[in-house]
Design a protein around this ligand. Structure first.
Ligand code: ADP
Ligand code: MG
Length: 766
């Protein structure tokens, strides 16, 4: 089944300095070696095709996609280092752990690709020699501001035992040496895996490192199966560890937190044993057993990879069997842990190896799903230092904060200042008042004296005018008189003062009256200003009195208004009564009936006149004596009647006029009634206003009292709060002192430690 996947791009030369865990998936590259002579001899054909320009491998019906594909028609194998490994070296220098794993069946080119069989002189372009070269190039470039400590170790895992390839060089024969002592795997308290007593050789140059690699390669246990005479059936792990310490000369460029930064990172270069199944090796006996052991590591590795590669299992927190083999325990960080990892799957293109090649490709495909979380590895002591440092900073800032005082304290102080200021002002004013009073008194005394003198002089003058001699006058001013005058004068002054005071109070009263009459809003404003904390203490009593006075004057005024209204009402009602006295409706009826009667009378008369005229007309046609007489008679009667009619008409007019007048007075009464109604409602309104006003005053007074109480309470609370804050401040100071002492102790300890470390390292170097 083809399982084409989207090609992924490996970030080139990524040198991310972030110390946050980076979620990286394991990058997988496939390296297809060319057909080698033995295969060509056997007449094998190429069964692997690489899609040109795509990281895609096709074998039979299977299609696989990886991060990179090298060899065959893909990228040139010489690009493996540049594209896959160089970024790892960069990361190594940034403090990340890195790993390169070579996987594949025996004879697929793992050792060739890794360069594990380094012999010293032949630079066949394997990965490890290139890594060594790059590391030292970089270290040399950074020498100015960074101290490096580079160490290497080289181990192999053979038959589930770990052996140190750098131990006791030269004495180990080419064949498997049973005398070799296996190394124990230990787990430290923080969960990292170490090898007890493994040789970690410090190297100062590329040549030194190459020497160790060559020596280890030599001592590597190799045997021969019918697959490949040179291939190894053991896992080999070459580890380069780098410790970097930034020297102080670089402190100016780096942030101060990096001044003491010590980064330690490891590069694992792993050449795994052949992945082929035991049955295909054709070996039996001891070799088969070896094969089983070799494959135990690979089997465990496969299980780890599938446990880590399955997204569903990973999310469920499924168990990862790292402990199933020594290999997986040692590579725990490289697979799904704190490391940036690249896997290189090596395959042979020969059709005879097709089955194993497909297995390898599937295995490699699964490894792509592994998510690692790489972090920058800082020295634990440095990390502790940094922690203490930041703690110290925090405490310092805290102290600063508490020194400057919290907001509440500040407010309290402000209030206290205000209060004292106002108190001072108050006392000053009081002093001034006293002074003024005193000077007033003095002036009054002087006025009395002057008045007295004047009066005396006037008396004398009067006496002189009356013709008394000077001596008499001098003697006449008896003591009694003077005293009497004095008392009179002082009494007069007293009375004058009384008068001015009275005048003043009335003036005040009037002023207040006007002010109060303005509006309620102003009253509220006054209330508002009365609430101000600062002025309250001083002006409260004065305010209160003023308010009281205002209130009473308002009440007085309103009462007066009410009385006025009452008077007006009474007047109107009296008027109304007058109207009511002459029963107008009866009068009107009377007049109307009379009018009616007159109308009827008038009509009767008119009819009579008509009749008479008729009769007259008849008579005039007959011309005789008696009819003449009758005619005269009729005429007389007619004129009389006409007279009566005109009189009646006059009377009627007069009546009409009377009626109109009556209507007018009725209207006036109506108006009066309305007015009375209006006054009444006004009165009600006024009464309501009075009530409202007194209610307002009452509530104002209550609020005022409450406010004073509350302010007193607040003052007490503030004082208490201040005491609390002071206590807290004291406590924080003590904590800070303790922490500072702790920090200095830690610094001292660290210094001692570094000193000791350095002295031992120097001793070791010699
Ligand atoms: P493995 O370590 O996987 O068992 P080797 O690295 O020993 O395999 O390689 C087996 C043989 O194939 C060696 O003789 C090696 O020279 C040869 N070989 C491997 N890869 C290549 C390559 N890319 N080009 C030419 N020859 C290669
Ligand atoms: Mg090999």
């Amino acid at each position: 089944k083809p399982s084409a996947e989207i090609p992924r791009v490996l970030p080139m030369g990524s040198s991310d300095m972030a110390s946050q865990p980076q979620s990286d998936s394991v990058k997988v590259a496939v390296n297809v070696r060319p057909l080698i002579t033995p295969e060509l001899v056997l007449g094998c054909t190429d069964c692997v095709t690489v899609t040109p320009g795509e990281p895609q491998v096709q074998i039979g019906p299977h299609v696989f996609t990886y991060d990179h594909v090298y060899g065959s028609t893909g990228s040139s194998s010489s690009l493996i280092f540049e594209q896959c490994v160089y970024p790892l070296v960069d990361s190594l220098f940034c403090g990340y752990n890195t790993t390169v794993l070579a996987y594949g069946q025996t004879g697929s080119g793992k050792t060739y690709t890794m360069g594990t069989n380094y012999s010293g002189e032949s630079n066949c372009g394997g990965i490890i020699p290139q890594v060594m070269e790059t590391i030292f190039k970089k270290a040399d470039a950074m020498k100015g501001d960074t101290e490096f400590l580079i160490r290497v170790s080289f181990i192999e895992i053979f038959k589930e035992e770990v052996f140190d390839l750098l131990d006791d060089p030269g004495s180990v024969a080419k064949a498997a040496a049973p005398a070799r002592v296996p190394i124990q795997i230990r787990e430290t308290a923080n969960g990292s895996i170490t090898l007890a007593g493994v040789t970690e050789a410090e190297v100062k140059s590329k040549e030194e490192m190459a020497l160790h690699l060559a020596r280890g390669s030599l001592s590597r246990a190799t045997g021969s199966t019918n697959m490949n005479s040179q291939s190894s059936r053991s896992h080999a792990i070459f580890t380069i560890s780098i410790e970097q310490k930034r020297t102080s000369s670089s402190a100016s460029e780096k942030s101060t937190s990096n001044e003491y930064d010590i980064l330690s990172s490891k590069f694992h270069l792993v050449d795994l044993a052949g992945s082929e199944r035991a049955k295909r090796t054709g070996a039996d006996g001891l070799r088969l057993k070896e094969g089983i052991h070799i494959n135990r590591g690979l089997l465990a590795l496969g299980n780890v990879i599938s446990a880590l590669g399955d997204e569903k299992k990973r999310k469920e927190g499924a168990f990862v069997p790292y402990r199933d083999s020594k290999l997986t325990r040692l590579l725990q960080d490289s697979l799904g842990g704190n490391s940036k990892t690249v896997m290189i799957a090596c395959i042979s293109p020969a059709d005879s190896n097709a089955e194993e090649t497909i297995n390898t490709l599937k295995y490699a495909n699964r490894a792509r799903n592994i998510q690692n979380k790489a972090v920058i590895n800082r020295d634990p002591v440095t990390a502790e230092m940094q922690k203490l440092r930041s703690q110290l900073e925090q405490l310092q800032s805290e102290l600063l904060f508490s020194r400057s005082g919290s907001a509440a304290l500040e407010e309290l102080q402000l209030l206290q200042q205000k209060v004292s200021l106002l108190e001072l002002k108050n006392s000053e004013l009081y002093c001034e008042l006293k002074e003024r009073e005193m000077s007033c008194e003095q002036l009054a005394q002087r006025a009395i004296a002057t008045q007295l003198e004047k009066d005396q002089l006037m008396l004398k003058l009067e006496s002189a005018r009356n013709g008394k001699s000077w001596d008499d006058i001098e003697n006449a001013g008896s003591e009694q008189d003077v005293d009497l005058m004095k008392t009179y004068i002082s009494k007069i002054q007293q009375l004058e003062a009384e008068v001015t005071r009275q005048k003043f109070t009335t003036a005040c009263r009037n002023g207040l009256h006007d002010r109060l009459a303005l509006d309620k809003g102003m009253l509220l404003d006054d209330l508002g200003s009365g609430c101000e904390v600062g002025t309250l203490e001083v002006s409260s009593e004065v305010d209160e009195e003023e308010k009281e006075r205002e209130h009473s004057s308002i009440q007085e005024k309103l009462d007066m208004e009410l009385q006025d209204l009452d008077k007006r009402l009474q007047q109107k009602e009296a008027e109304m009564k007058q109207f009511a006295k002459s029963d107008t409706s009866v009068l009107k009826q009377h007049y109307e009936t009379k009018l009616h009667e007159m109308e009827q009378e008038k009509r009767a008369f008119q009819k009579e006149i008509e009749d008479l005229r008729h009769a007259l007309a008849k008579l005039s046609s007959s011309t005789d004596e008696c009819s003449h007489k009758m005619k005269d008679n009729y005429l007389q009667k007619l004129s009389m009647l006409e007279n009566q009619v005109s009189q009646l008409k006059k009377k009627q007019d007069a009546h009409q006029q009377l009626l109109r007048q009556k209507q007018k007075s009725d209207d006036a009464a109506m108006r009066l009634q309305g007015e009375i109604q209006r006054i009444k409602s006004q009165k009600v309104q006024l009464q309501q206003k009075i009530k409202q006003e007194s209610e307002q005053f009452r509530s104002w007074k209550a609020a005022r009292e409450k406010e004073v109480l509350q302010l007193k309470k607040e003052g007490r609370r503030n004082e208490y709060e201040m005491h609390k804050l002071l206590a807290l401040n004291q406590k924080q100071k003590m904590v800070l002192q303790r922490k500072t002492e702790e920090a200095t102790m830690a610094t001292k300890r660290l210094k001692d430690l570094l000193e000791a470390k350095k002295s031992t390292r120097d001793a070791h170097g010699k």
